[in-house]
Structure formats: C-alpha cells, structure tokens
Design a protein around this ligand. Structure first.
Ligand code: ATP
Ligand code: MG
Length: 203
C-alpha cells in the first residue's frame, strides 16, 4: 500500500444523520484503513425533495461525529452556491489536499445505483475510489451489472434498517427515534422542533 494519506468522504443529506451513517463510515474507516472520514452535508440537493436548512443538517452532523476523533465535518458543499455535484466536491478536496492523498468516496448501495444519473461518473471515479456499503433492501450484487462495477469496492456492514426518511416520518407521527440516532441528535431535533411541522409544508 502506498504511504499516501487515505481520506474517506461520506457525502449525504444527513436530514438527520443517524446510526446507519455512522456505522457505514466507521466500517469503511476500518476495512479500508482510512486515516480519517470527512462527512460532507450537501448544499441544496438537486435530486431531492425540500430539505431542512443546511445549518441544521451541519449542526446535527457535527453533534453526531464529535465523539470520534477520526471523523470530521466539512462545510464545503453547504457554503457553495448552487447544486451539489459529487465531482465538484471531490475536485475541491483534491485541490485542498494536493496529490498526497488517496480519496475514497463512501456511499450506501442505494446511492451507487443512482451513479448513472450523477454528473460525470467517469470523472468521479478518476478522483476517488468508490466504496459501496451494503444497505438493507438494496442488493449489492445488483451493482455488478452497472458499468462502473470494476472500479468500485463493496463492503458488508452490520445491517441497520434506518433511514432519514423513516426518522422524519417517525418524528412527524410521534413515534420514538431514540436508539436510531445519537442522543445529542435527538435533543437537537426536539429543541429545534425539526420535522414535526413537515406536514404543514416547508418551513
Ligand atoms: P433519506 O431517506 O432522506 O434519503 P438516508 O437515510 O438515505 O436519507 P442520506 O443522507 O441520503 O441518508 O445518505 C447518505 C449516505 O449514507 C448514502 O450513501 C446512503 O446510501 C448511506 N446510508 C444511509 N443510511 C444507511 C444505512 N442504514 N446503511 C448503509 N448506508 C446508509
Ligand atoms: Mg438517501
């Protein structure tokens, strides 16, 4: 293995961040011997519904990752105007770190299946090694069929059938989210009354 620094990039909307994200990042860190994992909350997602304010998603991600010294959070996408493209994000990291790092872009299996809709998938794969994590209800073996399969590593992680969509729905309908998210995340959601008003439309 080269002695370059190995940096994992965990992109996501993180609305909110949950234990599925944390387990995925930690397992990638360990399996691929990464020196660190940087969480990168998206700016205004171009493929997604209306999302919570970037500052709330940033704070949630900070709270969740703070106890792990190998984790950090980048504002690179939330401070940038316009939609987030993975290619641009990785390009910025490459510029920041220079040639002395190997970048690893970490995603769940569902997100890789979107890869063909990503802008410039070829460039993305030039910039970073792709790591695809198993995710309940998404078949990792399906990924063999997509054209980038040869340039991607897959990783089995302990199955956690947790999604931000389900968490938002739970908050809205008064069901518990304790043990699905770190306690600090739960507390922030409660204090800021996130998600409970989704039924009334975007805030
Ligand atoms: P949403 O339901 O709003 O799409 P999400 O739970 O999928 O939210 P994202 O912010 O979309 O969370 O995901 C960021 C990254 O984390 C994606 O690559 C996604 O595949 C991965 N991921 C999310 N939840 C899990 C999980 N439970 N297990 C493995 N990977 C996950
Ligand atoms: Mg998702």
């Amino acid at each position: 293995m080269s002695d370059k620094r190995r940096v994992g990039i965990m992109g996501g909307t993180f609305d909110p961040v949950h234990y599925g994200h944390l387990v995925c990042a930690e397992e990638a860190r360990w399996q691929f011997e990464l020196d660190e994992v940087v969480f990168v909350p998206t700016g205004q997602p171009w493929q997604k519904r209306e999302v919570s304010p970037a500052e709330d998603r940033y704070m949630l991600t900070m709270l969740a990752t703070a106890p792990n010294t190998k984790f950090s959070v980048s504002r690179i996408d939330i401070d940038r105007e316009g939609p987030t493209y993975t290619r641009d994000t990785l390009q910025k990291f490459k510029e920041f770190y220079g040639e002395d790092v190997d970048l690893f872009f970490i995603t769940g299996a569902d997100a890789v299946l979107d890869i063909l809709t990503w802008k410039d998938p070829d460039e993305v794969l030039e910039l970073a090694q792709l790591i695809a994590a198993s995710r309940p209800e998404y078949d990792l073996s399906k990924l063999d069929q997509i054209k980038v399969a040869g340039r991607m590593k897959t990783m089995q992680i302990p199955a956690l059938s947790i999604s931000s969509t389900d968490i938002r729905e739970r908050v809205k309908t008064g069901r518990p989210i304790r043990y699905l998210v770190p306690r600090e995340v739960l507390r922030y959601i409660e204090e800021r009354a996130l998600y409970s008003s989704f039924s009334k439309g975007p805030r």
